[in-house]
Design a protein around this ligand. Structure first.
Ligand SMILES: Nc1ncnc2c1ncn2[C@@H]1O[C@H](COP(=O)(O)OP(=O)(O)OP(=O)(O)O)[C@@H](O)[C@H]1O
Ligand SMILES: Cc1cn([C@H]2C[C@H](O)[C@@H](COP(=O)(O)O)O2)c(=O)[nH]c1=O
Length: 213
């Protein structure tokens, strides 16, 4: 069985979580063993960091360092072992989110992010990066409306990052777009502004094209 590493990206409320389980089911139906995980998080240490980074006041450099520290632990403790076992790893967010949120959103310069990515993703067994990234793209205002609906429905409250102003998410979206333009072989744009069914059909089309039976 060949291993795969696939990430799901987009601004908060874009609809990643709505489709990730169906993608997992699609791979499982083909006989893959799927490891579903997320960032920040995915290991006990990284989940602890997630709790802190989404709740505690901190400056932008502290935030980005915690994101990449958690990522390193996640890679070494969970992603690499799963890939070594031939699993299909589906990860809700990865490094593109750091370029979007800490880069685009907070203004951390790209060279610094590249250095941190190099520290986190370079391991004795090689460079760890998704082979495919599904980028759920939609305008920041539409995402905010969806988040508000979700909060009302689920009785959730927005976390420290979700409470950022609209322009933060507009900058994050632009940064995702730059990443997609710079990595056309890896990042597939999904028009997430459409209905759930229309979004799923786009996701399915990418899967069928990239992973023919
Ligand atoms: N295509 C769609 N049309 C309308 N509403 C949608 C669509 N996709 C998802 N939603 C709704 O929008 C909200 C946000 O979706 P979801 O939780 O999947 O986003 P997300 O990208 O995982 O967000 P986050 O990164 O904040 O966890 C949910 O209430 C979901 O039901
Ligand atoms: C990986 C990563 C994530 N973030 C932000 C993006 C979201 O606002 C939260 C995670 O919440 P979700 O409901 O699980 O999407 O964290 C970030 O700012 N930088 C990152 O590298």
């Amino acid at each position: 069985m060949s291993s795969r590493f696939i990430s799901f990206e987009g601004i908060d409320g874009a609809g990643k979580s709505t489709h990730i389980a169906a993608v997992a089911a699609w791979f499982e139906q083909r006989g893959d063993t799927v490891e579903l995980t997320r960032e920040p998080g995915g290991t006990p240490l990284a989940e602890t960091l997630r709790g802190l980074v989404l709740s505690q006041p901190m400056d932008a450099m502290t935030e980005v360092l915690l994101m990449f520290a958690g990522r390193r632990d996640h890679i070494v403790q969970r992603i690499q072992p799963a890939l070594a076992q031939g699993k299909t790893v589906l990860c809700d967010r990865f490094t593109d989110s750091s370029f979007a949120y800490q880069g685009g959103g907070r203004g951390i310069p790209e060279p610094q992010l590249n250095t941190l990515a190099d520290w986190a993703q370079r391991t004795p067994d090689g460079w760890v990066e998704p082979e495919l990234t599904l980028w759920f793209d939609l305008p920041a205002a539409q995402a905010a409306t969806r988040r508000a609906g979700r909060e009302q429905q689920a009785g959730e409250t927005a976390d420290r990052i979700e409470t950022q102003e609209l322009v933060f998410f507009e900058r994050a979206r632009e940064a995702f777009a730059r990443r997609a333009a710079a990595n056309p072989a890896r990042i597939e744009r999904i028009d997430a502004s459409l209905s759930v069914e229309a979004v799923w059909q786009q996701v399915l089309a990418v899967l069928v094209r990239r992973y023919p039976a």
